[in-house]
Design a protein around this ligand. Structure first.
Ligand SMILES: NC(=O)c1ccc[n+]([C@@H]2O[C@H](COP(=O)([O-])OP(=O)(O)OC[C@H]3O[C@@H](n4cnc5c(N)ncnc54)[C@H](O)[C@@H]3O)[C@@H](O)[C@H]2O)c1
Ligand SMILES: [Zn+2]
Length: 300
């Protein structure tokens, strides 16, 4: 199954394994976790826990971990300081040590919050990202950006904290609500435009992209792999967004504007980014102009 190395310091692996949730514990042991402290804290939400909680706990216990878990309310509006406080309270209550891992089992909201909790509790303990949404798999679980929202703005509080392992099981996407799948596809198309022309070709060749059920398992696997490779390559070259990493924001300037003027209610993030990419693609760039019109008019 595809494994991609993210060449940060230290480096880490992204593994994409259909049905692999049951092997999470073993994969963590292979990544060097659990040697000093066996205690782990899984952070998730009730929607995801309902489907995948048992499997996750069993897998961790089977590999010798002592898992505890914390469920935070679902939704972007709970990506805030009060949820973060709950993470700290659970870490204290369960006596996590600096070598105890936190595990984010969820979409980007859980991944960002758990990642930030792990970055800051005891000045940093390991985080394992187990993305369950398409957006988290192709984007947020990779690259180490973590954080929460401030009442005045999104993602204003945060830290860079690279995961020790990103463990993806594409089969969990079967329970993802269809709109969440579609919206993340905009970010997939983005990688095709900014980085990977072969991915763009693959996407064009597929009959439909707007639902998990329209994609053959091998096509989905290739999409996930290519997106993870793209993000890993960008992040390895520019971990803290000094320059190149900003390429990942293609379509986002106008997209964020659309989200803001519609009060984050009408469009999902991916829908707004899709509109933003169309608009950015149409807007004239200096290199599109060719000779000035006046010069053309004067040419005999
Ligand atoms: N850190 C980064 O680099 C980065 C990059 C992009 C986005 N983000 C952040 O990611 C967040 C958005 O992430 P998202 O789109 O995953 O949203 P999300 O985490 O809110 O998940 C979307 C919904 O799907 C549900 N869900 C997730 N997986 C499921 C599954 N397998 N089965 C059933 N339900 C499931 C969730 O409970 C939630 O209701 C935003 O907060 C954004 O700021 C971070
Ligand atoms: Zn985005």
């Amino acid at each position: 199954m595809p494994t991609i190395t993210v060449a940060t310091q230290p480096s880490y692996e992204i593994a994409i394994t259909p049905g692999g949730l049951t092997q999470l514990g073993a994969a963590m042991v292979s990544a060097g976790l659990g040697t000093k402290s066996r205690r782990t804290l899984v952070i998730s939400n009730p929607q995801i826990w309902h489907f995948y909680g048992d499997r996750t706990l069993k897998s961790l216990t089977a590999a010798g971990f002592e898992p505890e878990y914390l469920l935070l309310p679902a939704g972007e509006r709970y990506k805030n300081a009060s949820s973060l406080q709950k993470i700290y309270d659970a870490a204290l209550h369960h006596q996590l040590e600096r070598s105890s891992a936190m595990i984010a089992l969820g979409g980007g909201v859980i991944g960002d919050m758990a990642g930030f909790g792990a970055a800051t509790w005891l000045r940093g303990l390991p985080i394992v990202q187990v993305p369950t949404s398409l957006l988290a798999m192709v984007d947020s679980a990779i690259g180490g950006k973590t954080g929460i929202n401030h009442p005045q703005g999104k993602n204003l509080i945060g830290a860079f904290h690279q995961p020790r392992l990103v463990w993806m099981d594409p089969e969990v996407l079967q329970t993802l609500p269809p709109r969440e799948f579609r919206t993340a596809m905009a970010e997939v198309i983005k990688y095709g435009v900014i980085w990977d022309v072969a991915l763009f070709g693959l996407l064009e060749s597929l009959p439909r992209l707007d639902g998990m059920r329209y994609l053959a398992p091998d096509a989905l696997l290739e999409i996930l792999t290519r997106c993870a490779q793209a993000k890993a390559q960008v992040v390895a070259q520019d971990e803290k967004e000094g320059g190149l990493r900003a390429i990942l924001n293609y379509g986002h300037t106008i997209g964020h504007g659309i989200e803001a003027v519609t009060h984050y209610r009408r469009y999902t993030h991916g829908e707004a980014v899709a509109l933003g990419m169309v608009a950015a693609g149409r807007s004239p760039k200096p290199w599109d102009f060719g000779p000035p019109r006046s010069a053309i008019a004067k040419t005999p």
